[in-house]
Design a binder for this molecule. Sequence first.
Ligand code: NAD
Ligand code: 3PG
Length: 591
Amino acid sequence: MPASVDSSRPKVLIPEKVSPDGLALLKDQFDVDQKPGLSPEELKNIIGDYEALIVRSETKVTADLLQAAKKMKVVARAGVGVDNVDVQSATQHGVIVVNSPSGNINAAAEHTIALLMAVARNIGDADASIKAGKWERSRLTGIEAKGKTLGIIGLGKVGLTVARIANGLGMKLIANDPYANANLAAAASVSLKGTLAEVLKEADFLTLHTPLIASTKGMIGAKELATMKPTARILNVARGGMIDETALVEALDAGTIAGAGMDVFTSEPPKPDSPASRLIAHPKVVATPHLGASTKEAQENVSIDVCEQVVTILNGGLPRSAVNAPIILQEEYRTLQPFVNLIERMGSLYTQHYMTNRAASGTSTKSFRTTFDITYEGELAGLNTTKPLFAALVKGLLTPITSSDGLNINLVNAELVAKQRGILINEQRSRENVDDKPYSSFVTLRARASRSSSHARSDVSRSSSPSVTRQPQSQAQDADQVIQGFVSGNKPYISRLDRFKGEFVPKGTLLICRNFDSCGKIGYVGSQLGKAGVNIRFMSVAPLYEDVEEVGEAGREALMILGVDGRVDDAVIGKLVDKDGVLEASVIEFE
Ligand SMILES: NC(=O)c1ccc[n+]([C@@H]2O[C@H](COP(=O)([O-])OP(=O)(O)OC[C@H]3O[C@@H](n4cnc5c(N)ncnc54)[C@H](O)[C@@H]3O)[C@@H](O)[C@H]2O)c1
Ligand SMILES: O=C(O)[C@H](O)COP(=O)(O)O
């Protein structure tokens, strides 16, 4: 019987143009139907026959479509962004969504360099001019890349690749990425700057390579553009929405920014008369229609990557890049889920408390932590596998600083992701007796100070986004950072945060303040939050872990942990961190 009419073979539908290199991997085992140009209605009518769907960015995989996809096991996105897939609905239907987070890195980096050169040498303008029959040599004089400073915002996979190519062009490289790995940056000849402002001030070319997340949305607006050199040129091959398009058009008009190379826009394709359309039409702008990933090679890579994953899933395995794959397998769920939950929250608390959303009085210092020790004590030490706990830690550390579609950590890929980011995680087990405690297992997460990182036992290494920490004034700059927790009644508790002990549940929005342990501090914080309309749900005080006599009166501090409803914005934090108030405050969001 010919393969195509064997009704027992799973069926794969491809309603868009996807490179044939990956599709060849499917054809031995599955019936593959390529049907470009289907209307949403036609797609819905036939989707019920298929076990797998492979798309790029054009097909809208809606909740309605997934409802009709009764046999569907996997939706594969041949690229990174899954904005066109209703991932939540897929999860509800038990459909795994996979993507290809690395297949188009080089293409995006090379496109950035292409735009840089095009902007430097007026290529778009010159091309239009000569095609119009003109010969304008002096008007179109450009500048060279060699010797110029390239400011890179976001030194991840694409940013680092851009840096390596630009290094070959003789450019001076500077970058801002609070989570960048200092070793990888140094190896690429990039000098890391502590603030975005420093990069903006020095850059001759500025290129953006961050995900579009809350902290990067609108990160380059009128205020930031005003601090740049009037000769500076800006490139964006990441995502629309990070640059205020109206402000950029105004700066180009005013001559306070010299040019721009844009591949991505707030609305795609741009609506007529939108700020994106005005930017594209600007004579100082070279624009491309989201072509960063559109090379033959990148399309082959992403096609092979996702088709391999479709084969794995349809054969009952776990994919390497699932957007919504579980961290734990069904059979381990009951034992491990509470600890997966705890450890993911400990990782998230680490990143948010030490690296983001933190304000402190006085001068703060940033430090990069990439070596972690995680110790499992009590019953947990006897587990056959700690892989899900490891994956939960990597996920917790990285999720607060990555877009949901850029990094999908699961059981299969956690180790690889950690390795790519240069994070070392040493797992240790201790059978210390916890009989006298209200819990059976206990977890300690220790971020090593750089002085001790060279002694790290690297039995497990994974990636992590490097950390920038504003350290507490009273904490030695080279002290380890410690978080401890346990599970009781299936609920996660944090029991130690650095030098402070006190139990709290890592849930909802928490405001964590460090203060001198003196009268009036709780009242001060309560009154500032009250004025800002922020409701306090609960409050817990964590005193020093050490003997107070050892730290002396000056070091007598405590933590206040408040569960709050409502937004604690920078203005409120600014009021809290005050001589009458607290020494430091951070806002932590848990799902
Ligand atoms: N135009 C295209 O076709 C195309 C193709 C591929 C990737 N992309 C986009 O390029 C961007 C980068 O992709 P990637 O694979 O390098 O991602 P990545 O996750 O490897 O790197 C992102 C980096 O940004 C850093 N970062 C996060 N928040 C930051 C902040 N507030 N300030 C400075 N740095 C911050 C992270 O620490 C990380 O190092 C993404 O937006 C991705 O969607 C676009
Ligand atoms: O998300 C991506 O992978 C890139 O932005 C490219 O998307 P595309 O497949 O639509 O070119």
